[in-house]
Design a protein around this ligand. Structure first.
Ligand code: NAP
Length: 493
């Protein structure tokens, strides 16, 4: 970064083999936040090869669980020490407010802490096969060489959901952050090195997914690919990996319903529908972008949302007065603007936002105002497709069955919210929704101890929780006969 080498392969930091670099843009003002090395496909192949050699040497996978747990705990300490610096890097790179970045780093710390503890208590399973001379046990072993690919919206957070369990399990890995937001991952890998991660265990390449993708995923040396990003890229990776029968976990997009019944608590519902969709300017996989509201309260509810959305203070994430930051890039803002145009042409009723902010102080950043479309329906592309920006669409329902039907009427299934003061109804609806996380009278919260992932086209596999560790482990059944005797089938007579 800024002249320092940014690629880590087999314990050695280096520049890109062809000297290539990339400017990382601060989306709040268009300035260059840093210049980083841009890996070539050869660099990526070298990184996979280093991870393979390190794994096959056997020392790291055989490191006692207590030592791996202690390493994760040291990472926790260093993250605590560098929390503020890392949060500032994340804000410079993604544009999100410093408050949001600090929450990200706290969450990252909780993930490393969770896996440092979990790995120490996981035990092998003994099975009674009915023969006292046989010891039958099921053990977990590290899956091997992992390729970890993360998106730009929660750069270090998403990467930590992969690196922490991979280290805990005893895997070796190659991390590839998004080309748009690599800075916090580079800083983290330096920190992990300081914590004592052995050479070759954690390798780092950053650069364009289009250039590095095949080297990282179409590669027989890789045992597991953990990918978080968009549906199209996830499909490509899954197809390529199938050639090698490489295990793949893909965490993809969402089009998440937030269902509000007329008896829901008004104040918390208004508040959380707004945070659910406009936090980080809507660039959140689990953003509650589809409000599905009971018809009897819809007019008043939408009027209140529009009123408050107009007052959300958009601005530079480093300014404590800002309530939400810019979109990640000019290109991404252009995509969001195209969706707004589309919504208008599809006949949705624009009731808030719909333009860039007029404040001249924000003219050089990629800001966009929180936008609400009322009178939407499922035939509209703005309702069906992930816009990944600050756009809320509103649909109305009359019966519980309608609410469930609408909530499930999406090709995705990542997350959903339900708001009602009727506990029995809440439980019925929660169980009927086909989404990986469902919040009842809350929205957006998660914990390192509970699994995260999607139904349907939101992906497969799970991160976080015990399952998030199991993704990085192979299961082996060992049958040990302590008193062998002939089976007696083929006696040779
Ligand atoms: P993306 O374009 O799919 O990129 C994700 C990552 O894949 C980036 O590091 C990208 O590198 C890399 N990549 C691109 N093409 C590749 C290829 N052919 N082979 C291997 N890697 C490749 O997604 P994004 O725009 O960064 O992220 C937004 C998406 O992520 C949204 O759909 C969002 O919902 C989803 N997301 C899901 C979750 C979840 O938990 N389910 C969490 C966060 C985000 P480059 O950046 O260099 O192109």
């Amino acid at each position: 970064m800024n002249g320092e080498p940014d690629l880590l392969v087999g314990g050695t930091w280096s520049h890109a083999s062809d000297g290539g670099t990339r400017e990382i843009i601060n989306p709040a003002d268009g300035s260059v936040a840093a210049t980083v090395d841009e890996a070539t496909a050869d660099d990526a192949r070298r990184a996979v090869s280093a991870a393979r050699t390190t794994f096959d040497a056997g020392t790291w996978p055989a490191t006692p669980v207590a030592e791996r747990s202690a390493l994760l705990a040291r990472i926790v300490d260093l993250l605590e020490r560098d929390k503020e610096a890392l949060a500032r890097v994340e804000t410079l790179d993604t544009g999100k407010t410093l408050v949001e970045s600090r929450i990200d780093i706290d969450d990252i710390i909780s993930v490393f802490r969770f896996y440092s503890q979990l790995v120490g208590v996981e035990a092998d399973r003994l099975i009674d096969v009915g023969d006292p001379t046989v010891i039958s046990r099921v053990v977990r072993e590290p899956i091997g060489v992992c390729v970890l690919i993360a998106p730009w919206n929660y750069p270090l957070l998403q990467m930590s959901w992969k690196i922490a369990p991979a280290l805990a399990a005893g895997c070796t890995m190659v991390a590839k952050p998004s080309e748009v937001t690599p800075l916090s991952t580079i800083a983290f890998v330096r920190l992990a090195e300081e914590a004592g991660v052995p050479d070759g265990v954690l390798n780092l390449v950053q650069g364009s997914g289009a250039v590095l993708g095949a080297a990282l995923t179409d590669n027989p040396d890789v045992d597991f690919i953990s990918f978080t990003g968009g549906l199209a890229t996830g499909r490509t990776i899954a197809k390529v990996a199938a050639e090698h029968v490489t295990k793949v976990a893909v965490e993809l997009g969402g089009k998440n319903p937030h269902i509000v019944f007329a008896d829901a608590d008004w104040e918390s519902s208004v508040d959380q529908v707004l945070t659910g969709v406009f936090l980080h300017s809507g660039q959140v996989c689990s953003a509650g972008t589809r409000l599905i509201v009971e018809d009897s309260i819809a007019d008043d509810f939408v009027a209140e949302l529009a009123n408050r959305a107009e007052k959300i203070r958009v601005g530079n994430g480093l300014d404590p007065a800002s309530e939400t930051g810019p979109l990640v890039s000019e290109q991404h803002r252009a995509k969001v603007e195209a969706f707004v145009e589309l919504g208008i042409s599809e006949g949705a009723k624009l009731v808030a936002g719909g333009t860039r902010p007029s404040d001249p102080a924000l003219a050089s950043g990629s800001f966009y105002r929180p936008t609400i479309f009322d009178r939407c329906d499922r035939s509209m592309r703005i309702v069906a497709e992930e816009t990944f920006g600050p756009i809320l669409t509103v649909e109305r329902f009359e019966t519980e069955a309608d609410a469930i039907r609408l909530g499930n009427d999406t090709e995705y299934g990542l997350a959903a919210g339900v708001r009602t003061s009727d506990a029995a109804r809440g439980e019925r609806v929660v169980r009927a929704l086909r989404h990986g996380t469902v919040w009842l009278n809350d929205f957006g919260y998660y914990t390192a101890a509970a699994e995260w992932g999607g139904f349907k086209k939101s992906g497969n596999g799970r991160e976080l929780g015990p399952t998030g560790l199991a993704e990085y482990q192979e299961i082996k059944h060992i049958w040990h006969n302590t008193a062998p005797k002939p089976a007696g089938w083929f006696k040779g007579d």
